[in-house]
Design a binder for this molecule. Structure first.
Ligand code: ASP
Length: 277
């Protein structure tokens, strides 16, 4: 056994103990050395959207200003469209190319154009990353399978701007916990990118949609009863949280932070110290 210390982040300590016991019983003493943890650096620039951010083939007016600021000066964005169905990725890529061109980012290429090695090369050379919406578990499975999870982390910690909408926002959190999606694909772990110390719930209904709002809030509270050390960032459609230069704010729309002790509705422009550095 190597002398390297096991890395057991807070979130998984109990799960790891259960895992160790199970491994001892089964004789399969394989314990992952990494695990869900906050991945941070002063250079991290991360933007998450609660979904529904497009208006045809450009970004909706409500998110345009913050998207423009986030990707200012970027020349080539790597599009991670794994959550879209394979038959739709070409079309989504074409729409995103137009939307990014309108922001002033001349090149946008989807990883699906390349094989696994080529996709890694694209992630290494692009100066921006955007992850689209769709099936969260399909996205997470592919990020784990290809090693893109670790590479995206590395690039973003080095200062490459990251954006994600809906499923793409979900993976910016510590783990996938409060997605609205069914587990469409098997994943080796729910561990996500870890740029924000939360789990994310996109497409959160607005208070005026009372029945839907109450039902979503009840679901998230139920999750937190079983996972009381976690925090949930819920975002409505076309709502944006941006973490930049160590400071996180709700940049557009509507958001809520849920914890075991309650829920707080966020105001646009309000600093979010629980998400900052
Ligand atoms: N399926 C959603 C999306 O990407 C993700 C979610 O609702 O959790 O649009």
């Amino acid at each position: 056994m190597s002398a390297e210390p096991l890395r057991v982040p807070l979130l998984t300590r109990r799960a790891t103990l259960v895992g160790l016991a199970a491994a001892a019983i089964c004789g399969a003493a394989r314990v992952s050395r990494a695990g869900p943890a906050l991945r941070t650096s002063p250079k991290v620039s991360v933007l998450v959207v609660g979904g529904t951010m497009m208006n045809g083939d450009h970004f909706a007016d409500s998110v345009m200003a913050v998207m423009r600021e986030h990707y200012a000066g970027c020349r080539k964005v790597a599009l991670v469209l794994h959550p879209s169905h394979p038959t739709e990725r070409d079309k989504v890529e074409a729409r995103m190319q137009k939307a990014f061109a309108q922001l002033g980012v001349p090149e946008a290429e989807s990883l699906h154009r390349r094989d696994d090695v080529g996709a890694m090369a694209l992630l290494r050379t692009a100066d921006a990353i955007f992850v689209g919406g769709g099936e969260t578990f399909v996205l997470l499975a592919e990020l784990h399978r290809t090693g893109q999870l670790a590479l995206i982390r590395e690039r973003v910690l080095a200062g490459v701007p990251f954006g994600g909408s809906s499923a793409g926002a979900n993976v910016a959190g510590l783990i996938i916990g409060t997605t609205n999606d069914f587990p469409t694909a098997e994943v080796p772990s729910r561990e996500a990118l870890g740029f924000l110390p939360v789990t994310i719930n996109p497409h959160h209904p607005l208070p005026e949609q009372k029945a839907d709002f109450d039902s979503r809030a009840g679901k998230i509270r139920g999750y937190l009863r079983f996972n009381p050390t976690e925090t949930v960032l819920a975002l409505a459609n076309a709502s944006v949280v941006r973490l930049h230069a160590g400071r996180a704010v709700l940049a557009a729309g509507y958001g809520w932070i849920y914890s075991a002790t309650g829920m707080r509705a966020l105001q646009v422009g309000e600093p979010l110290p629980e998400l900052g550095r």
